[in-house]
Structures are given as structure tokens and as C-alpha cells.
Design a protein around this ligand. Sequence first.
Ligand code: IYR
Length: 237
Amino acid sequence: MRQHTHPFVPYRPERYDEAEMLRRGQDFVAFLDRRRSVRFFSDEPVPRACVDLAVAAANTAPSGAHFQPWRFAVIGDAATKHRIRLAAEEEERVNYEGGRLPPEWRAALARLETDADKGFLDVVPWIVVCFAEKSTALPDGSLRKNYYVNESVGIACGLFIAALHAMGLSTLTHTPNPMGFLTEICGRPGNERPYILFPIGYAAADCEVPDLARKSLAQATADHPGPLPAADRPGPL
Ligand code: IYR
């Protein structure tokens, strides 16, 4: 028996035979590979319970020191969604039309056909803003520093996105820049900073997405002993 200074409990994750491991892995990849970021949403209502389940999924993420430095603000009222849209568009107009996005960045975005119009923020039934807590206020009033905040919150957001996909819902990893306005609109304290804004809903019946390909497995893998074959070398984005 190991000696512990703190409570530990047994953990026995599922095991599968190798054929079953591969089958499950393939199914999971196929499921994730069907996900796309969406900018054309339906205004059809989505149960709040679905959003709550996505937050519950995010809340399973590993985190630095298990400090779980995330907060998901859930917004469903039309007036607040509209305030967010107006503030996001104001910033994005400076980006797209005011020259704040450098030419290289604009060129990288061209094939996504994004612009300063964020009308989807009015259309979606839900907006969720993930906030990252650099520090957390403890019940005794003191501030506890959090560790690996970006890594932890990034993983949580990945699980959040996957959970929405599992429920047949769509979202967009939206980062209106700068997004300090979300702190005020969502009424969050100063120790939290807006991390990602997620419009959430069903994809519109006539939704389209850019015709993009994912990197091949070889391009995504770094354990090749020699240089990648030319065909597998990452090309220009
Ligand atoms: N935040 C802007 C610009 C933008 C930046 C990247 I990098 C994208 O992948 C997409 C958009 C916007 O939301 O339009």
C-alpha cells in the first residue's frame, strides 16, 4: 500500500481489447472530424440544459493544481446578446476597416470571409463567455494565484466545444479583439479575463462553411525520424 499524506481513492479506468480500442478511437475521430466552426446559425431555441451540460463537460478538464480557473457566463436574453454584438462589432470595425489587423493577418483570414458583421450574436439562442481566472477569490476574502491558466482554460474550452458537437449543436470559437468589454457586460470581477466567446445554437438550415482541409496525420505528428515526404510537409496556410 502506498502511503499518502492526503486522501487518495482507487481509480480503474475502462480497458478494452486492441480491436475495440481502435474501433472506439476511429469512431471518436470520425465524430470530431464532422465538427465545423459555424457562422450561420438558426434562431431556433435550444434548451438551457444543453448549455449546462456543455459547461459540465468543460468542468471535467484537468487544470493546474486542480484549481479549475474557468467561469462560463451564460447569456440568453436578447438585450444582453445585442449589447455584446454592438460592442464586438465596434471593435471588429477597427480591426477590419480601421486597419488594426495587419495585412498579413487580413490575408490569412480571407478564405474564411469574416468581416466586422457579427449578426450571429443576435441570432443564436445562447452566448457563453468563458472567463479565465488568473487568481481566485477564496471564501475568506484572500486571492489565490492559479497556475497554467491558459492551458487549463484552453482544455476546458475544447471539451466544451466537443460536448456541444455531441448534442448536435454548433458554435464558433469567437475572440472579438480586444474583448475587455465582456467583463463589464457580463458583470465579472477584475480577477477574471474574457477568454473565448461562444455563440451557440443549431447551424442554419442553409449553413455553409469554408472548404478547408485538416492537416494529415503525418503533418500533425512530430515523431518522424527524418524529414517529412514533400507531400506531407505542411504547406502555406
Ligand atoms: N477576431 C476577428 C478576426 C478573426 C481572427 C481570427 I485568427 C480568425 O480565425 C477569425 C477571425 C473576428 O472575429 O472577425
